[in-house]
Design a protein around this ligand. Sequence first.
Ligand code: URA
Length: 451
Amino acid sequence: MSSAGSIPIAIRAIDVIRKKRDGAELTRAEIEALVNGYTSGEIPDYQASAWLMATLLKGMTRAETAALTDTMLRSGEVMDLSDLPARKVDKHSTGGVGDKTSLVLAPLAAAGGLCVPMISGRGLGHTGGTLDKLEAIPGFNVNLPVTRFREVLEACGCAMIGQTAEIAPADRKLYALRDVTGTVESPFLICASIMSKKLAEGIDALVLDVKTGSGAFMKNEKDAAYLAELMVETGERMGKKMAALITDMDQPLGRYVGNSLEVVEVLEVLRGAGPEDLRNLCLELAAWMFFLGERASSIDDGKRLAAKLLASGDALQRFRKMIEMQGGDPRVVDDPNVLPRTLHSLDVQSPKAGYVTAIQCERAGTACVILGGGRERKEDSVDPAVGFVLHKKVGDFVAAGEVLCTVYYNSETLGARARAMLLESFEISEIARTEKRPLVHRVITKSGEKS
Ligand code: URA
């Protein structure tokens, strides 16, 4: 671990900015000087902003991306979990609507003998966040000190917390600057940001769920695949086993959207039931975790193991134990009524008969944010109880007046706004029946190797 040091005399921020502006490749030393200098406060915001914008416009080579990731990773602590015998494997999703797979996968992978040290984030824009979902469980603490995090991991095989001050501080500072300088969208900067945090967990392997479609940040598959390849290659350069699944986010995943509601659906999957798309994606991602973590000899073998652990209740028992050890109310596992509930609900009816051809996923996610289920501003708190349940999904037939979805709300005004947005997000055609898109579009396992 190296701490943020001062800029060597020979390397000046202005020269690094000019070099990137002119499209040349930076050396590792130049990247380190820039990032460490900014993290320690020696380089001001305006110079770091200029460098970020030059990077967004000119791009980075693979070697530069690896050097940036490594520098950001080493700006803070890298957890040493080498005393825990199990293989350490995590999963990261680029974010979507109704994407609650992390809550299933951490206990499921742990029940199968892996160690899952999961550091997660909060909702971003129209997408939900794992920490907000976990906090819907009364008492659940996502801010554990590192010593307690290790205790939970040791006893449970999985633990789920938020980013601490010690993990990749360079990313914290750079991410906040990118957010206000129009430089979030660079795949190179996204890759370094995500990978520096994930690699700080001290993992052996990582499965990436890169979303594509109307509810994802990467709306088209080409951009999603480019980001996925970049992250796979960067992780491999650092000696990690990597796989990226490009998965569908053209409609919400599962049927429940909203923090408490999503915990209910997680419990259904952990009981061996739940909606087909959510269950299948969990089985697929778990299979890759087991395969990379050497608990399964093939993906099919991994899927069988995952299905067995759901059917036996072992994964559910892990979830109960993790909730208990992280201060949450374990009764939630047997009685979802322990979760926060709204005062009101209303049904949204279809104005006409036909097939659902699309559900505009970003709009549906925004409806949940408007209800209070996500944040309009960074400092907002979320209402864990609000959200919606879909009764119809793409490809389903709906009769005129039949219920498309049910909205759960606490404010009449917000409930009415969300209802209008959800109604708008459904596209219904009397004639055309849309084929369901595949859940997993492709898998990227090694640089350049796709299936
Ligand atoms: N999530 C991150 O952690 N970083 C990014 O840059 C984008 C999404």
